[in-house]
Ligand binder design. Structure first.
Ligand code: SAM
Length: 369
């Protein structure tokens, strides 16, 4: 059953109960009413529920209810209730200590959310992207591991960014700020302009920039690349590079998305129109107006897009954009497109990258996002 998107607005972020509060009893008045079958405290003894037992209990419930990555989900939720990222990291003593009543209830409430297919990232309210922990708030897109590779590609292959002292990047569709903030952390002299048409995304990027102390090197504002005046961006340029992980799912593929994605993430962060290229084409059109004489464009897309971009470039020679590189993601799918403005770009080459695995409900999107 599909939950209405309005449900997103009521998704709560469950703050961890620090370990030092373990042993506290009673339920705080602001805790939501428990609607799910309670943790079987009587079976395990009210103070006898250890993190491993609880994770295993909820992992089995999730499994029986068809929740993807059932055991990973439950372990992350239990770890979060203990103020940790993983159960491995809590140490053997904490692993043997029973949870407090507060913590039990917190896990139970979070598990209820997971049973409704709310992504773990939204439930715990944060997620790691490269070396950063970012705040996550629905419906802003949860950054995917492939996008970490996009950052790696920009850092490795954008000479202009590494060698110039006044390099600037425009990110189109900043979402949570993952790409822009990762670039700022890796390239000290760079300044980023990050735009998004979604107010929620702009606000989250700003908050994440503050969280990481990077707010002085990033200018974030609401801007629709397809409809707002380009002069607004030109006034802030010209840029050394334009980077984007635009919405690139073909509209016809949207219905095949997992409930976690379809119900809770912003559709306009995902749906790229009939050919998945609505925003991408906007960027290709505008890039020559925004880039320095020899500037780069880095795009993440669907595996069908590199060929489609090649065709688009043949139909639009006036833009003087050249395809420089097509790069595969860690699944071996053609994923990233590197273009350069001006006449001196080399011929296309193909390279491969490796990386880590994504939870299935995020990775099995058609196509993998
Ligand atoms: C796939 S998400 C990428 C978010 C983030 N950069 C990341 O990689 O996690 C695409 C983002 O583009 C934004 N977006 C969609 N259409 C846009 C448009 N016409 N102009 C600006 N941003 C747009 C969405 O709001 C969304 O935040």
């Amino acid at each position: 059953m599909h939950l209405p998107l309005r449900r997103l607005l009521t998704t709560v972020t469950h703050k961890p109960v620090p370990c030092r509060k373990m042993g506290a009893t009673g339920v705080t008045p602001d805790k939501p009413t428990v609607t799910h079958k309670p943790v079987p405290c009587r079976k395990m003894g009210a103070t006898g529920v250890t993190p491993d037992k609880l994770a295993s209990y909820w992992g089995n419930v999730f499994f029986e209810r068809g929740i993807p990555e059932p055991h990973d989900s439950s372990r992350i939720l239990v770890a979060h209730a203990l103020g940790a990222k993983t159960l491995h990291s809590i140490g053997s003593r904490a692993a043997r200590s029973p949870l407090s009543a507060d913590q039990l209830l917190l896990v139970q409430n979070m598990a209820q959310e997971r049973l409704k297919r709310v992504p773990v990232q939204y439930i715990i309210g944060e997620w790691d992207f490269l070396d950063m922990t970012l705040e996550m708030r629905p419906p802003v897109l949860i950054p995917r591991p492939e996008t970490e590779e996009l950052v790696g590609l920009v850092v490795a292959d954008c000479e202009a960014l590494r060698h110039s002292t006044d390099a600037s990047v425009l990110e189109v569709g900043c979402g949570s700020g993952a790409v822009s903030l990762a670039l700022l952390r890796r390239i000290p002299q760079v300044h980023v302009i990050a735009i998004d048409k979604s107010e929620a995304a702009v606000s989250l990027t700003r908050d994440n920039a503050e969280r990481l102390g990077l707010q002085h090197r990033i200018h974030v504002f609401q801007h629709d690349i397809l409809t707002d005046p380009v002069e607004r961006l030109q006034d802030l340029g010209p840029f050394s590079a334009v980077v984007s992980n635009p919405p690139y799912i073909f509209t016809e593929d949207m219905t095949r998305l997992e409930p976690e994605v379809l119900r809770y993430e912003d559709h306009s962060a995902l749906d790229g129109g009939l050919d998945g290229m609505a925003v991408m084409k906007g960027i290709l059109h505008l890039a020559p107006l925004l880039l320095k004489a020899r500037g780069d464009v880095f795009l993440e897309g669907d595996p069908r897009h590199p060929e489609m971009v090649k065709n688009w470039l043949e139909d639009h020679p006036e833009g003087l954009l050249r395809l420089l590189q097509i790069v595969k993601d860690f699944c071996g799918k053609t994923r990233f497109i590197h273009l350069r403005s001006g006449r001196d770009a080399a011929n296309a080459t193909t390279s491969h990258m490796t990386g880590r695995r994504l939870p299935p409900y995020l990775s099995s999107m058609p196509p993998v996002l």
